[in-house]
Design a protein around this ligand. Structure first.
Ligand code: HSE
Length: 400
């Protein structure tokens, strides 16, 4: 019997408790032993819930119990999750988590501590919900030189953008629905401002390129400025608005960016709707691969955490390797990246051409007094200089 403890009985913690119970036979078969949840830690009471029988309010019960070899951290946030995780690893316990905030901030340190104590710090659920992408980087793609990762990495914002497009819902109503479905963060600014996607692309890029990518250095824009008019313009262009998290590695270094972008039908990410996530990876031998699936929600996330629990059970006292070195990747600004831009402009077509050169008008749409167009390919720097000089750009969105 292998004993586990779950820290935090919220959306994900309760999901892990449920998955470990629901699939206990398959899990025991694959882990090679039965896995029992000996404790659930939470400040609240849960009368009538099966977790009530194993509930504790004191972390010391778990930390001091030599029978507990796997700790599942589903509290979220940095405090007290960081201290609890560190204490568990130092005590020789494995830790599995869905906490992307903690992994992005302290992952490299916690991985080092885990290695030094021959245990594991696993975080499959931190990126892409139920999509097995971290394990893919850590095992299947270990023979690759990866040079590009592009993802729809936040289920809440993808759900909101889909509802705005398909059902004509307002941003606020769609967000409320995402919260009710258990997709959104406790503070949904993390979703809608792009911070959650930013942390996830930092984690994936660190694993893909080997050096530590700090999320604090990634330029990040969310979807709070996206209006129905933008979505209608995108449709007129045969495109969709998606919150993309992008990173690239070339001979000069690494750059990364999180921003809403217009995605064309020729790009598979165009078809990723609702709460689904996808991660597009390019490697020098592999070429392209896309990983697609449920990006948020209690059970898909719990499935990934429970898979980590099984992996820990299979590797007790042995650290599974991952390629995330403490050496910092120097992040380049994306100034030199070249692309086209969609622009809503308060001047005439002639004025737009004066400033931006050749532009492709979107004639079928537009509120009165504005003109929508697509620019030719130019660098981010060049585009932003033209915009700030013009004084007539209402809004611009990158084209992926
Ligand atoms: N709030 C996150 C999302 C949860 O919507 O993607 C999964 O990490």
């Amino acid at each position: 019997m292998i004993n586990a403890a779950i820290l935090g009985y919220g959306t994900v913690g309760a999901g892990v408790f449920g998955v470990l119970k629901m699939n206990s036979a398959a899990i025991a078969r694959r882990a090679g032993d039965e896995i029992r949840v000996k404790y659930v830690l939470d400040l609240r009471e849960f009368p009538g819930d099966p977790a009530a029988e194993v509930l504790t309010h004191d972390y010391k019960d778990i930390l001091d119990d030599p029978e507990v070899s796997i700790v599942v951290e589903t509290m979220g946030g940095l405090k007290p999750a960081y201290d609890f995780t560190k204490q568990a690893l130092l005590a020789g316990k494995n830790v599995c988590t869905s906490n992307k905030e903690l992994v992005a901030e302290y992952g490299v340190e916690l991985l080092t501590i885990a290695r030094e104590h021959s245990v594991n710090y696993l975080f499959e659920a931190s990126c892409g919900g139920g999509i097995p992408i971290i394990r893919t980087f850590n095992s299947s793609l270990t023979a690759e030189e990866i040079d590009a990762v592009t993802g729809i990495l936040n289920g809440t914002t993808n759900y909101i953008l889909t509802k705005m497009r398909v059902d004509g819902q307002d941003f606020g109503d769609a967000l409320k629905e995402a919260q009710e479905r258990g997709y959104a963060e406790k503070h949904p600014e993390a979703d809608v401002e792009g911070w959650d996607a930013c942390r996830k692309i930092a984690i994936l890029s660190s694993l893909a390129y080997g050096n530590h990518v700090s999320y604090k250095e990634i330029p990040t824009e969310g979807i709070t400025n996206i209006e129905k008019a933008d979505i209608a313009y995108a449709e007129a262009l045969g495109m969709r608005v998606k919150l993309l998290a992008v990173s690239r590695r070339n001979e000069k270094g690494v750059w990364a960016l999180v921003a809403p972008m217009l995605v064309a039908k020729s790009n598979m990410l165009y078809y990723v709707d609702d709460v689904l996530n996808a991660v597009f990876v390019h490697g020098n031998a592999l070429g392209d691969a896309m990983f697609y699936g449920s990006g948020a929600g209690s059970l898909p996330t719990a499935s990934a955490v429970a898979g980590d629990v099984v992996d820990c059970a299979r590797h007790l006292h042995k650290t599974i390797r991952s390629d995330w070195s403490p050496k910092k990747a120097e992040l380049l600004p994306p100034d030199g990246v070249c692309r086209s831009f969609f622009v809503r402009f308060s001047g005439s077509e002639a004025e737009a051409r004066d400033i931006f050169g050749n532009v492709k008008p979107i004639r079928t749409l537009g509120a009165s007094g504005e003109f929508g167009f697509v620019t030719e390919v130019m660098s981010e720097k060049n585009f932003h200089e033209k915009c700030s000089g013009s004084g007539k750009v209402i809004k611009s969105i990158r084209i992926a």
